[in-house]
Write a protein that binds this ligand. Structure first.
Ligand SMILES: [Cu+2]
Length: 222
């Protein structure tokens, strides 16, 4: 091959290698920039949440120079909760290793179990024993709210969404706020300001004594 041609080919190969290297570097740099960009956005989001009463530098892009602040739920004065009406079923059978057709909860299958001869459960609709059916299955049920304990701060605006999940219906009272009926598949919302420290009880009058809950209102710190 002619020397001149050789030199041209060598030069072309060098140029191609240089282009490949440049593309590779650009790819790495742009990937890193994307990752850093995402991280910065996430940091800004966190700072924006925690710095709402601050000077706003973090939210406007000064995240790198801001000190990280722990997110504390107590910093908000709007408290919102979703409270389900539920029941727990102790489903079992008089016979060993027989499924209870009332409920899928008897899995894995259980040893034989008889209903208590002298039940100590209190009166009221909150607890219920369903005696053995013709195949020997029986069920002990307990109604409750989930969650049944809530903590807020004095002065918070509290919003409670009650959701009728289990139980045909409930008559629910939030002390000092109101009484309402709640059917399965419905949501009833109440909202109030927790003005006084202490305890606000809520209950279902159909399923006492155990279908009760409590909102603990912590005193405002001075
Ligand atoms: Cu109830």
């Amino acid at each position: 091959m002619h020397d001149n041609k050789k030199a041209k080919i060598t030069s072309k190969i060098k140029t191609t290698k240089a282009i490949i290297a440049a593309v590779a570097i650009m790819t790495i740099v742009s990937s890193a920039a994307v990752v850093l960009g995402i991280q910065t956005q996430m940091l800004q989001h966190v700072f924006a949440q925690t710095n709402s009463s601050g000077n706003g530098t973090a939210a406007s892009g000064g995240a790198a120079s801001s000190k990280p602040v722990m997110v504390s739920p107590s910093q908000t004065t709007n408290k919102e909760f979703w409270i389900n009406t539920v029941h727990l079923d102790g489903a079992t059978s008089l016979h060993a290793a027989v499924a209870n057709p009332l409920s899928a909860q008897n899995t894995p299958l259980h040893p034989a179990e008889v209903p208590p001869a002298n039940s100590t459960i209190p009166t009221g609709g909150g607890f219920r024993i369903v005696l053995p059916n013709k195949v020997g299955s029986w069920d002990f049920r307990s109604f409750t709210f989930a969650p049944d304990q809530i903590v807020v701060n004095q002065g918070d605006k509290v919003t409670l969404h009650f959701i009728g999940v289990l139980g045909v219906h409930h008559i629910i009272t939030v002390n000092g706020v109101g009484t309402f009926a709640l059917h399965r598949g419905e949501i009833h919302t109440v909202s109030f300001i927790a003005n006084n420290p202490g305890s606000i009880r809520f209950w279902c009058s159909l399923h006492l004594p155990n279908m009760v809950g409590e909102i603990l209102v912590l005193p405002k710190s001075v």
